[in-house]
Design a protein around this ligand. Sequence first.
Ligand code: CDP
Ligand code: CDP
Length: 226
Amino acid sequence: HKNGLQVAIDGPASAGKSTVAKLVAKQFGYIYCDTGAMYRAITLKALKEGISLDDAATIAQLTQATQISFTPDEGGQRVFIDDKEVTEAIRQEDVTNSVSAVAAIPAVRAELSDRQKVIAKDGGIVMDGRDIGTAVLPNAEVKIFLVASVKERAQRRYKENIQKGINTPLDELQLEIEARDYKDSHRKVSPLTKAKDAEEIDTTSLSIQEVVSKIANVINNKLNDK
Ligand code: CDP
Ligand code: CDP
């Protein structure tokens, strides 16, 4: 691709995708795109407008009519819906608990994955999500599938919450993560699954820097092949 490789990073909730994707993008001077933020943005807007999560047709229409944009920020990205900043709002617990239902609507996925393909078309991008290596960028040069034990992932979410002053019990977070992974892995359209040609990395006992180095090695090997 014109601007570099397409790097797809998929995996279950809190495996560390966005944390390492941002650092990898920075290291290679690539764009970072968090596709989960797009599903979260539509979910936030649907909740705000009081649309029932069962009303697939209305949520599909809302998706068509909603502009989602990103601007790069120190160590990450800011997220906007129709020019209003929602970077923090899309991380709220009610959005987290409703997003898998919205992401299961086929027309929502079709619209958002079309937009993601456009964003990634020239390469030089690290894109993270659930179906990037399987559905959005099936020809990505680098595909990574990040996993970690559910206990470790719940603990990571717990620590993050404490820093934000939120004190949800650990076992509740673990149940929430398990429920979301189940829904994401069992939906009909582009469920969460490892692409055949993805490299799986178990991050349970790895530091962020160790995961970043492993991915950087895979990218450098690809770049040297060319
Ligand atoms: O909370 P976490 O950072 O793990 O999730 P996220 O990446 O923000 O994604 C939120 C939700 O969006 C997921 O649980 C999926 O339901 C959905 N999603 C998806 O279906 N496909 C993607 N490519 C990215 C996210
Ligand atoms: O994007 P995803 O939901 O996969 O995970 P995340 O939002 O990047 O959250 C992962 C959390 O685990 C962050 O608080 C990281 O600091 C921490 N962590 C990690 O990402 N990778 C490790 N190897 C160890 C910890």
